[in-house]
Design a protein around this ligand. Structure first.
Ligand SMILES: [Zn+2]
Ligand SMILES: [Zn+2]
Length: 134
């Protein structure tokens, strides 16, 4: 897959919290316009602790996953749209990655090396999976 060309059908980058985009950034007098601190998080919505920012995006992603699963369970396949328009597997994998990163960043000594190794392998596998979506 060649990704160099910007795809006209790629949706614009959107903040998961406030929904702002490059075309319509947040603005206030104190901070001016927002910028991207993560893939789906703008500077105005970011938390002072990067782990909390990760948690915030993961929570929104998981709530989207729940909504998507509930919609499919209630409505089933639809002619008008694909059963999973919001790619719940990608969002769930992304959220799981965030949870593992928070866990890793929060772990206090004594470290459980076996656990850390498992977490790192899982994060690597998720990265491979998410690469396929990019
Ligand atoms: Zn935002
Ligand atoms: Zn913003």
């Amino acid at each position: 897959m060649i990704d160099d060309q910007p795809d006209a059908e790629t949706p614009p980058q959107t903040c998961a919290l406030c929904g702002c985009t490059d075309a319509s950034p947040c603005h206030d007098d104190l901070r001016g316009h927002c910028w991207w601190v993560a893939d789906r998080l703008c500077s105005h919505c970011a938390q002072p602790d990067p782990r909390r920012s990760l948690a915030l995006v993961a929570a929104v992603q998981l709530s989207e996953v729940v909504a998507e699963l509930l919609r499919f369970s209630r409505e089933g396949d639809q002619e008008a749209f694909e059963p999973f328009a919001l790619e719940p597997a990608e969002n769930a994998a992304d959220a799981l990655r965030a949870i593992l990163c928070i866990q890793r960043a929060t772990a206090a000594p004594p470290y459980d090396l076996e656990r850390e190794d498992e977490d790192n392998r899982l994060i690597g596998a998720i990265d491979c999976f998410l690469d396929g979506w990019a």
